[in-house]
Design a protein around this ligand. Structure first.
Ligand SMILES: [Zn+2]
Length: 525
């Protein structure tokens, strides 16, 4: 099988994205994750003298990696300065990184408007910079900036720029769609010309941005025409609309186009790696992301579900397990017994034929009132448990009261009082909070934590409120969606009511009760 080399630029290009920031130690964790995924080339950025970069390159130089090589990134030397006198180029060759990736100009428009370097001078700068890094013992990848715009403008000159890098000793020339303006046909045509002209002399790479929504398609188009190195970022992070998403490129190359990038076992860790790096970057994983999203293999509706159970190929483009994802069946009004049965099975419940019937009835009735279980699988499991007779309430509510008081000086104070019976004992608790739901949550937890110490690990991670006017004849209702986590698992619950406090209470109680339901091989209680 022919090999395609993945080149990750999450730590440089990816960090240009809005709100992206990682400490040196976090970047090292990303490098480890990429190494474990089997990415052979990892770009760490420019080893400049700012303390964060110094720390990063120090940490990286001590790191033992399975196979990944670290690439240091920089520019061709400045005009009018010999490569050996250019401080930035010296920094690059002095770094421990075995690979240097040099970016240089390819497009006449940039030379005229931005750098004011003559075309000949630019060719010499490319050649001499590459040659200098080679003399200093580095492997060199040449990134041809704005290659596709340059190629459309003056293809002969664009090829001359690549030729200069090859003359200098670059092992790879990577064609960059820096503005992300190109469409797949344009990438194909230009890449094919380059491979025909230079393919014998050098490996060709591709680096594209997603401004036209074609980042993945363009990368694959280039590989189809002979490119054998693909640059991109995890989850497509990057400035503007992002870079080519390696998380989509990798499985497409390996599962659909027959190229080899990583081992099957490494591919199997793709979902986990993509989510791990999202977590590190404080990005909420996109549920609809191709291959690795929570919804990537989610099926709704009786017919789809019956279809995938008969033969998965009917509604799935790949085996979800190949990328470490899994099929999920979304409960919904449309769903039939097959959905209920597979959900019950997943939760380890014996629901029986009558239980199934009741659960379907209950589901229809609740969806009619505005419940929406796709985003609240934990509440759906509780619904099934009630019908299967294996539901265990945490406590019995006697009453609660919430008051919010706004003072003349602007202060707002909220207090909740709750009366519950837990384990046969009556308990009254009062708590303050920064809002009614928070106060209620604190009061409830204080009332029952003695009996359920694991409560302390459960955190409410997201609280979303939506007003529904689609309700049927009762006026507007409020739908609350709550996400919770205990540090290992995450789950979603729902509450619906005309009263926002009541809707929140319902989602809150479901959240806590879900965490404590008895499960096989589980000691959560
Ligand atoms: Zn870029």
């Amino acid at each position: 099988m022919e090999q395609v080399t993945l080149y990750d630029t999450t730590l440089r290009d990816g960090m240009q994205g809005e709100g992206m920031s990682l400490s040196a130690a976090e970047k090292v964790r990303v490098v480890r994750a990429l190494d474990a995924l089997g990415v052979p080339l990892v770009e760490a950025g420019f080893p400049s003298s700012n303390p964060k970069e110094v720390e990063l390159f120090e940490l990286l130089s001590e790191l033992e990696l399975e196979q990944a090589a670290i690439c240091a990134f920089g520019m061709t030397h400045r005009r009018g300065v010999a490569p050996g006198d250019d401080p930035a180029l010296l920094t690059l060759v002095e770094s421990f990184a075995p690979v240097v990736t040099l970016v240089g100009k390819t497009w006449g428009l940039h030379l005229e408007k931005v750098t004011r370097v003559s075309r000949e001078e630019n060719l010499a700068m490319i050649r001499d910079s590459v040659a200098f890094c080679r003399e200093q013992g580095k492997r060199v990848i040449y990134d041809a900036e704005h290659f596709f715009d340059g190629f459309r403008d003056d293809s002969r000159y664009a090829l001359e720029c690549l030729g200069a890098a090859i003359d200098g000793g670059a092992e790879n020339v990577t064609l960059c769609d820096t503005n992300g303006s190109s469409l797949p046909d344009q990438i194909s045509d230009a890449t094919a010309s380059v491979v025909t002209a230079l393919g014998e002399r050098v490996e060709v790479g591709i680096h594209v941005h997603d401004d036209a929504g074609c980042g993945v398609a363009n990368s694959l188009a280039a590989v189809r025409e002979g490119a054998r190195l693909v640059q991109g970022t995890i989850n497509g992070y990057g400035e503007r609309c992002g870079n080519a998403n390696l998380v989509s490129v990798l499985p497409a190359l390996q599962l659909k186009m027959g190229f080899r990038c990583v081992t099957d076992k490494q591919l199997d860790s793709l979902t986990e790696t993509a989510h791990f790096i999202d977590e590190l970057c404080n990005v909420t994983p996109n549920p609809d992301q191709p291959y690795v999203g929570r919804n990537a293999f989610a099926h709704k509706g009786g017919m789809h579900v019956a279809g995938v159970e008969a033969d998965a190929r009917t509604f799935e483009h790949i085996d979800p397990g190949a990328v470490g994802n899994q099929r999920t069946i979304l409960p919904s009004e449309l769903s039939g017994k097959a959905t209920i049965r597979s959900q019950a099975q997943q939760a380890g419940l014996e629901i029986g034929a009558e239980g199934e019937e009741r659960a379907i009835e209950r589901l229809k009735e609740r969806e009619h009132h505005g419940y929406h279980y796709e985003a609240a699988p934990a509440s759906f499991e509780l619904l099934l448990r009630r019908e299967a007779g294996s539901y265990e309430p945490l406590f019995e509510l006697e009453s609660f009261r919430v008051t919010t008081e706004k003072r003349a000086d602007g202060r707002v104070e909220t207090e909740a009082t709750i009366k519950v019976k837990v384990g046969g004992e009556r308990c009254v608790q009062v708590a303050e909070g920064n809002g009614p739901v928070n106060a209620l949550d604190s009061a409830l937890r204080a009332a029952i934590v003695g009996r359920y110490p694991h409560l302390a690990d459960i955190e409410l991670t997201n609280y979303k409120v939506r007003i529904l006017d689609e309700s049927h004849g009762t006026g507007a209702v409020t739908r609350v969606l709550l996400d919770s986590s205990d540090g290992e698992r995450e789950w979603g619950t729902i509450g619906v009511s005309e009263n926002i406090i009541e809707a929140s209470w319902e989602a809150l109680v479901d959240s806590l009760e879900y965490a404590f339901q008895p499960r096989d091989g589980d000691t959560a209680g």
